[in-house]
Design a binder for this molecule. Structure first.
Ligand code: JHZ
Length: 393
């Protein structure tokens, strides 16, 4: 049974950056639910995939040094540990992972045509299609079974998880490995990072909910890694149940037990989270209002999908955050979805003229603070809402 625990208000599509502000931009009510049986956390409103992931999708995974490094490291690990003949990546974005493999050993699936074109141009076999059973059939006919399937920050974006896993098991060889990686629900709750919820994130996974989900498809997790990426993610290594050659690491039960102990299986945890989110909103607004009163200039750093949830939920307008800076060409000179706050191009000395920068990309805090270290202790101070709204010392 799905139990409601939080309403994040009316939210526009988090990656719909308009060139001209439109007060009537379509919004959807973003409500969060916890399933008492499957322990899966999900959002209520399912926006059709083609409205969110199309030929104008602006998010590029390779825009941060942290992510480029993380994918490169993973590619080395995959080669060393599994050495797949054929690797399929579902949601290959701009090729940040597959570019680390030989062209003959990888296939990308990327429904956002503007992104698929980037990898196609580099010579990587990329299907600009949504992941479904029909595509799995086409791929099997053409390439045969696949040794390794990888999906980072993708499966939580697809509403029909039954079709997702049915298609994966159809294509994966009996000895094959599936690796998925997504933000960790426990980390999200611990950090009170409610901005992990937006229309694209239909689900937020935990080891508990993933292991429950996999049972139906005769799959099981054999290893788990905790990652720092995206504010705390989990990487799940998955195999067919019948494959006894691969041993199950102790890390799997350790993670599941940690989640039970933390309370991820109990509804009360989500009720508490909900209260903390309301408190976080009030405190963030209090800080921003005070800065406004003191005539301080505040900008946003990183026009993330996450920041879209925050500004719309907290009703933050340009009187509180004047504009956002971002390095992504597809976001520059556009408006933050839902608000008349412009995104301007990040330039090297841009922080010189401002007093405070709100970390929209708080998940890259280390990378950003390192990049901007010459401004720290000078004019600029950083501000974040994670794990509670505060100005960084
Ligand atoms: P970032 C997107 O979420 C959407 P977002 C998606 N649904 C998802 O699941 C996650 O990614 C994985 C900019 N930036 O990664 C680049 C700078 O300007 O937190 C990006 O626009 N300067 C697919 O949007 C944004 O911040 C910098 O120095 O929440 C980061 O977006 C750095 C480091 C980043 O994902």
């Amino acid at each position: 049974m799905n139990k409601f625990f939080l309403n994040l208000g009316n939210q526009p599509l988090a990656n719909n950056f308009l060139t001209k502000f439109n007060i009537n931009q379509v919004k959807y009510n973003l409500k969060l639910y916890f399933n008492t049986k499957t322990k899966l956390v999900s959002i209520s409103k399912r926006v059709p995939s083609n409205q969110m992931f199309n030929n104008k999708y602006p998010y590029r995974s390779s825009m941060s040094h942290t992510m480029r490094k993380s994918f490169k490291k993973l590619a080395l690990k995959i080669k060393k540990k599994f050495n797949p003949n054929l690797l399929l990546e579902i949601g290959s974005n701009d090729g940040v992972l597959i570019q680390n493999f030989k062209k003959k050993n990888v296939i990308g699936i990327e429904p956002c045509k503007n992104l698929a074109i980037i990898t196609k141009k580099k010579g990587f076999d990329t299907y600009d299609k949504y992941w479904d059973f029909q595509l799995a059939k086409i791929l099997k006919e053409k390439h045969g079974e696949v040794d390794l399937i990888y999906a980072a920050n993708t499966l939580t974006h697809i509403s029909n998880l039954n079709e997702v896993f049915k298609s994966i098991t159809y294509l994966l060889s009996k000895k094959g490995v599936l690796i998925i990686e997504d933000p960790s629900l426990m980390e999200c709750i611990k950090k009170n990072s409610y901005d992990q919820f937006y229309n694209e994130h239909i689900y937020l996974f935990s080891a508990i909910s993933v292991s429950y989900l996999l049972k139906k498809f005769n799959l099981e997790i054999f290893d788990i890694e905790n990652l720092d990426t995206h504010g705390g993610s989990l990487r799940y290594y998955i195999k067919m149940k019948e494959n006894n050659k691969i041993k199950i690491s102790k890390r799997v039960n350790k993670q599941i037990n940690k989640e039970y102990l933390f309370g991820l299986s109990k509804f009360s945890t989500y009720n508490k989270f909900s209260k903390n989110v309301i408190k976080s909103k009030k405190e963030l607004l209090k800080i921003l209002e005070k800065l406004k009163k003191d005539k301080k200039t505040v900008i946003g750093y990183g026009a993330t999908a996450k920041a879209v949830t925050i500004i719309n939920y907290c009703n933050i307008n340009s009187d509180l955050i004047s504009f956002f800076v971002d390095v992504t060409p597809e976001k520059i000179n556009r408006y933050m979805p839902g608000k008349e706050i412009k995104i301007i191009e990040y330039k090297k000395n841009i922080l010189e003229n401002f007093n405070y920068a709100f970390l929209g990309a708080w998940n890259f805090k280390k990378e950003i603070l390192n990049k901007e270290k010459k401004y720290l202790n000078r004019n600029i101070k950083f501000l974040t809402h994670v794990p509670f709204p505060h100005i960084l010392k």
